[in-house]
Design a protein around this ligand. Structure first.
Ligand code: NAG
Ligand code: NAG
Ligand code: NAG
Ligand code: NAG
Ligand code: NAG
Ligand code: NAG
Length: 460
């Protein structure tokens, strides 16, 4: 009898322990799936929450469960103290395995995550899916913000199937772009694109997305506030800045194809050679970075001998003409500039806590049977004929990925996903004077750069 009673008691104990375990796992699981369901965050808090990604967006008071409370404390502590490491993960930039030693706290939380099947979010990994709600704006309607040469609806191109695709990241929630929510989130903020013509495409795309591709007479031209005015004899200004008065949001673009500091060697001679300081950031960046809240950098397609010669750019390093043969090659010079500019911006983030910085990876070209100036073309019109998925963890742009490793600047990794879209360039319908060359570098708008902006907006 006595033994039987003890036995019953033990069974009961085991039962209680098992039930508690199941309950706890269920609780943790539900919370993992939908932390919002049991929290009461204001929009403000969500906007200001550290971009942790790996860590859990935990409220201080979610339930009475002491385990949860402990985890919340941990996540709050680590998200403050170990922010750099955590942000690396979130950026989708650096594959997790390459991030050096996590603190025990982070490992603890990750352990729970992975045991529950949730993977680290990497926006660059995923697939293209057909979507009837695309494009996000009309190529006819957005005349005001699109260069005619990039608006394929305004060219003789007869096929538009490339407009109907959306990027679906594998492990990230990517909410549908909503322009009023976007502008509200960007209230009193300035978004700056600085880079080459691919950056300009992304800027025009964001203008169309933010206005819905309409005329928007209320949008104010504030280029003058940034010195962006057309100078005498110039084809166009060096950039544009527009302000949405209702939310006081400014979106601007500055043309800086190399991102580095350019200094005419003779101010009085418009045809003077220009010192291209590989190790210094563009003057515009230095002058205005304190006004920006979101900065998106890009470079890449002007790094060739032809462009350097045509622009009369002479490489300088350390304030002197470069004599180091190891730097003189285009690939090395570009590498030096990307590392230098990224390092400078990353340093600025400390003194500009309001700023979030992104570096867009290289936009792929699709010339076949020649290059941009030698009859190369990209005539395929069938979307995703070479596949629709990106499965790799790292970026295809090793230079940018390497430069940003360990930094707070996020990588906007668009290379591999854009590589799948050879049908979405201007192709042979480009307006290029008498030349018959195809443009397999720039993208039709609306089109692929809209997706880059969706990835950007999801990470702001
Ligand atoms: C946490 O809960 C307590 C008691 O319910 C409440 O007084 C307090 O304001 C809550 N704190 C937060 C941050 O919600
Ligand atoms: C969180 O930080 C506070 C103050 O910095 C500290 O007192 C507390 O012990 C920390 N909690 C954990 C779980 O590390
Ligand atoms: C608009 O936003 C800028 C920051 O981008 C801020 O300096 C300025 O005070 C704001 N103006 C108004 C009228 O709110
Ligand atoms: C680029 O520069 C960095 C930093 O100087 C260097 O570590 C890296 O090896 C360089 N990469 C190439 C391809 O030159
Ligand atoms: C221009 O391209 C079209 C179509 O590829 C071709 O038929 C034509 O011969 C080309 N014209 C010139 C001048 O190269
Ligand atoms: C980079 C950094 O701040 N690492 C710290 C993360 O947190 C652990 C534990 O608090 C510290 O030991 C690390 O130095």
């Amino acid at each position: 009898m006595k033994g039987g009673h003890a036995y019953g008691l033990r069974v009961w104990h085991i039962f209680v322990v098992l039930v508690s375990l199941v309950l706890m796992i269920t609780l943790l699981w539900t919370w993992e799936q939908n932390p919002l369901a049991i929290t009461l965050h204001t929009a403000q808090e969500w906007y200001h929450k550290p971009l942790s990604g790996v860590l859990v967006e935990a409220p201080i008071n979610s339930t009475g469960d002491s385990k949860l409370t402990k985890r919340e404390e941990i996540s709050l502590n680590t998200s403050k103290k170990n922010e750099t490491k955590v942000q690396l993960n979130y950026a989708g930039a650096v594959p997790v395995h390459s991030v050096p030693s996590y603190s025990p706290e982070v490992q603890y939380i990750q352990g729970i995550r992975s045991s529950l099947g949730r993977k680290v979010c990497n926006y660059a990994k995923g697939r293209w899916v057909a979507d009837k709600r695309r494009p996000l704006y009309s190529g006819f309607g957005c005349k005001k913000w699109l260069s005619p040469m990039w608006s394929c609806r305004m060219t003789p191109r007869p096929d538009f199937s490339y407009e109907g695709y959306r990027w679906q990241p594998e492990n990230c929630d990517m909410p549908e772009f909503d322009r009023s929510a976007f502008l509200r989130k960007m209230q009193d903020k300035t978004i700056a694109f600085v880079g080459d013509s691919l950056g300009r495409q992304q800027f025009q795309s964001l203008m169309c997305m933010a206005t819905g591709g309409e005329e928007s007479p209320e949008v104010e031209d504030v280029g003058w506030q940034y010195g962006l005015v057309k100078r005498r004899g110039a084809l166009r200004p060096d950039g544009w800045a527009y302000r949405f008065p209702k939310t006081n949001t400014t979106i601007l673009y500055y043309w800086s194809a190399s991102l580095c500091y350019l200094e005419p060697l003779n101010m009085n001679d418009p045809l003077s050679n220009v010192a291209m300081h590989l190790d210094r950031p563009a003057a515009f960046l230095q002058q205005f970075i304190n006004r920006f809240h979101v900065l998106i950098l890009n470079t890449g397609h002007h790094w060739n001998r032809g462009k350097l010669t045509a622009n009369r750019w002479i490489m300088y390093v350390g304030g002197k003409p470069n004599e180091d043969k190891r730097v003189a090659g285009i690939v090395k010079a570009k590498n030096l500039t990307i590392y230098s500019v990224a390092k400078w911006v990353d340093t600025q983030l400390v003194s500009h806590p309001q700023l979030k910085a992104f570096f867009t990876t290289i936009s792929p070209r699709h010339f076949v049977n020649g290059d941009w100036n030698s009859g190369g073309s990209c005539d395929n019109t069938i979307p995703l004929s070479a596949g629709s998925e990106v499965v790799q963890d790292g970026s295809s742009d090793l230079t940018t990925e390497g430069a940003l490793r360990g930094m707070k600047i996020k990588m906007l990794d668009i290379t591999a996903l854009s590589q799948l879209r050879d049908e979405a360039h201007m192709s042979r319908y480009t307006i290029r004077g008498t030349k018959n060359d195809s443009d397999c570098l720039h993208w039709c708008l609306p089109g692929v750069p809209d997706t880059w902006n969706e990835l950007l907006v999801s990470q702001i």
